[in-house]
Design a binder for this molecule. Sequence first.
Ligand code: PLP
Length: 497
Amino acid sequence: MSEGAPVRTQGPRSPSTIRDRSVPGRRASGFAPLDVPSVKMNPSFRRARPPALPEVAEIDLVRHYTRLSQQNYGVDTGVYPLGSCTMKYNPKMAEAVAAFPGFQRLHPLQPDATAQGALELLWRLEQALCEITGMHAATLQPPAGACGEMTGLLVMRAFHADHGGPRAKVLIPDAAHGTNPASVRLAGFEAVAVPADDRGMVDVAALDGLVDEQVAGLMLTNPNTLGVFEEDIERITERIHRAGGLVYYDGANLNAILGRCRPGDMGFDIVHINTHKTFATPHGGGGPGAGPVGVTQELAPYLPAPVVARRDDGTFAWDDDRPRSIGRLHGFNGNVGVLVRAYAYVFFHGADGLKEVSELAALNANYLAAAIATDFPLAFPAERPMHEFVATAKPLKDATGVRAMDVAKRLIDLGYHPSTVYFPLVVEEAMMVEPTETETRETLDGLADALRRAAAEARTDPDLLHEAPRTTPVRRLDEARAARHLRLRWGMGEPPD
Ligand SMILES: Cc1ncc(COP(=O)(O)O)c(C=O)c1O
């Protein structure tokens, strides 16, 4: 039985930042004696005050950061069942491939003739992603899923500008990922919410009422953010097409459909993929990632233009065959290291392997959903979840006052990373769980045990959960304040917020 991976303070409690260990004059390294003549520096280049660097010995430095790393939790230490965000284990094979010197030392400015292997890999990856999604052409430039969304929506806008004039609205299910409405606004459209029906799927009758000649398109993910497959997907895409709109597939997570069905075959026109969720790049911490975008043949001319030549004056020429391109979304070919990992993952698995990934992802999610259903029932029990499921802690809250957030925090004490909570917003006390395909049955049993134990504790000792986590280096944080009053810069002598 898996016992989780508790986050604990390691070694003696140390001051909170490396600066708190600073002792004037202490050093981790020094400069070699000068072996060239010294020159007088222009005083205008001299700083008025010494830099506010911590003064520590090497051993302080090593211990401080090693301890911090040991207080962390990651996919390499335990299951990370964040629904929608997909924190899946990244095989070390992909890391090894990305570390090949030919990829690692590649420079964006080196002549194409010396980078043919890498360029071929990118071309092959493009073809593979088109095959997996059923699209005609793709761009690898966008460095994240949200940027992929922006790219796809700009393609949508450019297409309408060429075909009957601009359109104002993009429809989005009310359970959509937050980046969808944000990207829609950034691309200059108005976001219009489409409600879900009691199966957790797009309410087709409501959609019908919203579609008009001002609708540029619909943005959807399938399986949707409630974890269920949109059974009416062909009717939905056909309805939007009939009104002259385009249909966008948020393919941030393809875990459920890899090798089984393709957005292109469902009628989608534009797809973005988060390679950092589906294809082996660590996800989180702000990147780097890659959000390639695939489109139909009709939309291919609008894709971001690649740089094809470097002029003598050092500027770059774009592909002149693409006068209708939306421009560039990223320098050169995007985040190549991430794309190399994606290539390694796709070709290591092959078509059969990818099919197995989706099979195991759905199996694991259903196994776990069933194991915890008594305490945390599915929000939409009539439908079988796919690679992730949305359960609810509402019955527990009604009976004990213990909320989904309290359960999540208690799980940390019990050695497991919590699931996503309070998303999708349309489900009360939502717990969105995605175990992913790599977790073993023992790990899933351990996680289910921990969740059931938390529910049992809620009935006998609710304060244990209200006060969780109790064992971590820092206790419960004020997450709303942390999100609203971001302070990313440390200032010498400034009081903490
Ligand atoms: C469904 C969905 N769409 C879009 C995104 C945005 O991707 P990124 O975080 O790379 O911008 C995510 C992020 O995890 C997601 O889960």
